[in-house]
Design a protein around this ligand. Sequence first.
Ligand SMILES: [Zn+2]
Length: 302
Amino acid sequence: MRFDYNSAGMSYVYRRRVLRAGLVSLAHFVIGGPPPTEARAESRRGIFDAHLHIPSDNGENFQWNLVTRNMTEFVAYLDKCGVRRGVISSSWSNKAQSPEDYRNGNNEVAKYVQKYKGRFRGSCVITPFRIEEALREIERCHKEFGYVWLGEFCNYMTGYSYRTPEWSQVMKLATELKLVIQVHTNVAEMQYLAEKFPETTLVFPHLGGTRDDIFTRIAIVAKHKNTHIELSGAGHERVGIIEMAVEKIGADRVLYGSDFTINEPAGVIARVKNAFLTAEDREKILSGNVQRLLAGAGSPCP
Ligand SMILES: [Zn+2]
């Protein structure tokens, strides 16, 4: 920096700079200093949640005791947690009793993607009972709404199996269209899908509830390069587990997700932030990886 002096000592310009620097220091002292470089980079790109269930217009909401009842309250809570973007799916689709139910759910997702421009990516959810209609719905969501994400699928909610010819058709279509498919599984189902569909981009939510579960699920994802682990639900709160996932799997295949409105988004973020990871790995987990998956499926983030 070059300062202008004149014969009378400090110039007017220099005095103003000194004064401004003093005021800035005072402000930092009063309200706290500027955020560190890592925090600045993070807020610029924004934390990206790979697992969000919106409150549905039909009243379906996975939250056990409702405190965020509608989309406005849903978004306000994400703001509170520092989640800037996310992949959203509809609870109505997960609980669908008919194709009409999941079509309504997928349509409401499109409505909110449109309303909150740039904030959310839509995801298509179907149930495989009437498979021809289900496959048509996946194609419709892809073509009409530009969705490149399927799921989270939860077979226990309406009682179907992933080990059926019908589910294989869903996996096959996801692979052909190069979509990301997020599937809630137990360990056996996870093993089955990872082995049977090596060409499919799979995201498995939840590290697991028990020590055995967690270690096995991390090992399965580590072995199958097409698969990813997503940190929502259970397992992340065990100190050291996120570090282990990154060590065994690699930071590129570990994704931040919250499972909000069921679970607390900020809980997972806190553990990722405190974990013994590099700033680069943290950035990948909190936003980079999910954006890379979306881009790979044909929907890059601006
Ligand atoms: Zn979920």
